[in-house]
Design a protein around this ligand. Structure first.
Ligand code: HEC
Ligand code: HEC
Length: 354
């Protein structure tokens, strides 16, 4: 299985070096996009949350793709408690699965399945997105129904097909464990509460930020990625992928229809309510088949793809995007270059987050 690289150290700090190249790149991209009339740089916003956003998220120098430059604090009691909870099977009704069952951090933050399998081997309708860098998304879930990571985390705990339980039942189990009680006491003045459980999980997730070779490149290290990857990034911009996959998370900052230039759903067939996307939240017919544009960070290690898990490989996903989102023919050489670029978005994870 393809896995993320680990940093091999507890804390990591990138030296930004010269940012001139990055600035030039961003200006060049802006010019290209302005020329194409694609002036939709939504700002990269972070979910409003109790969890304090790292200071660099609201960088005013908004470009099409912003680098990750953070030093993440991974060692606090709060983040470490969140890590323990994320891996604790007592969060499910029959103690059979934890968040990490469907979001394997080291393997890209997802489960590698077409659709997720919950308690009692119940099959859901949706592909599990990665939790890595989810703090950088403007909303959570394919349909954006949760604004914060805390709000999101209640979802799987209560979902009958996923963990099938509720917060009081989970707290009752955890309260019988002295080590858990002390871990909450160390992290919070008011100890173990439902709100604190959600805050701890959200704080852990907010630390799951993975800087990648492409970030080094944006920060001025021109040798951080291969020539093929650079051509792929060029292709990604010229074809127009960047008009949707952009911002700090290379996605995660807008909703878009799936099937703008072709009817993806008619061609695939077997339409289910989970295909309605954003409509399930707003009930506004114009939102039918609209989804949160997913982040492409770590995308090379999170196959299969799309909300329905229909694309088994990255090559296939790119071809589907070119056809249904851009209506542009794309050849195998272009696909390979884009894959080389997307591979540079595979990041590093701190050892003490695993
Ligand atoms: C049975 C598998 C399963 C379990 C267990 C599970 N998840 Fe998920 N997770 C999913 C699926 C599937 C989705 C997408 C659902 C949707 O969009 O409606 C998802 C979505 C998410 C997202 C949104 C990411 C994004 O980009 O939109 C986050 C964050 C997340 N889960 C965190 C958690 C946490 C925290 C837990 C434990 C409390 C958890 N998950 C437990 C399968 C699971
Ligand atoms: C008009 C907006 C738009 C454009 C342009 C676009 N995408 Fe997407 N992309 C999306 C949306 C929306 C999804 C989610 C579709 C779904 O699963 O419902 C997506 C999903 C993906 C995925 C799957 C990610 C995952 O984790 O499942 C990949 C890979 C991807 N796009 C790459 C590209 C590439 C490469 C291009 C250019 C050839 C491109 N996209 C152009 C909006 C767009």
């Amino acid at each position: 299985m393809t896995r993320l690289r680990t940093s091999g150290k507890r804390h990591r700090q990138y030296e930004p070096g010269s940012t001139n190249c990055a600035r030039l790149l961003i200006i060049a991209v802006s010019v290209i996009l302005a020329a194409c009339g694609q002036d939709n740089f939504a700002s990269t916003a972070v979910s409003r949350s109790n969890v304090q956003a790292p200071h660099w998220i609201d960088d005013p120098a908004a470009g099409p793709i912003l680098p990750i430059t953070a030093e993440v604090d991974t060692s606090s009691h709060l983040v470490q408690l969140g890590k323990t909870l994320f891996h604790d099977t007592r969060l499910s009704a029959d103690n059979s699965l934890s968040c990490s069952t469907c979001h394997d951090i080291e393997a890209g933050g997802d489960d590698g399945r077409q659709v997720s399998i919950g308690i009692n081997r119940a099959e859901g309708d949706l592909n599990a997105p990665t939790v890595l860098n989810s703090a950088l998304n403007f909303a959570q879930f394919w349909d954006g129904r949760a604004t914060t990571l805390e709000e999101q985390a209640i979802g799987p705990i209560h979902d009958e097909l996923e963990m099938g339980t509720n917060l009081p039942a989970v707290l009752k189990k955890l309260a019988a464990d002295n080590r858990m009680v002390s871990a909450f006491d160390e992290a919070f003045d008011d100890g173990m509460t439902s709100a604190n459980l959600l805050t701890a999980i959200a704080s852990y997730e907010a630390a799951l930020i993975t800087a990648s070779p492409f970030d080094h490149y944006l920060l001025g290290d021109v040798d951080a990625i291969s020539e093929t990857a650079k051509l792929g990034f060029d292709e990604f911009q010229k074809l127009g992928c960047i008009s949707c996959h952009q911002g700090r998370n290379v996605g995660g900052n807008m909703y878009q229809y799936f099937g703008i230039m072709g009817d993806y759903f008619a061609d695939r067939g077997n339409i289910r309510s989970s295909d309605f996307g954003r409509y399930n939240v707003t009930k506004n017919p114009v939102d039918k088949f609209k989804f949160k544009v997913p982040s492409l960070r770590n995308v090379a290690v999170t196959a299969p793809y799309f909300h329905d898990g229909s694309a088994a490989t990255l090559d296939e996903a790119i071809a589907v995007m070119a056809r249904y989102q851009l209506g542009r023919p794309i050849n195998q050489a272009q696909v390979e270059r884009i894959v080389a670029f997307l591979e540079t978005l595979t990041g590093e994870i701190e050892d003490d987050l695993l």
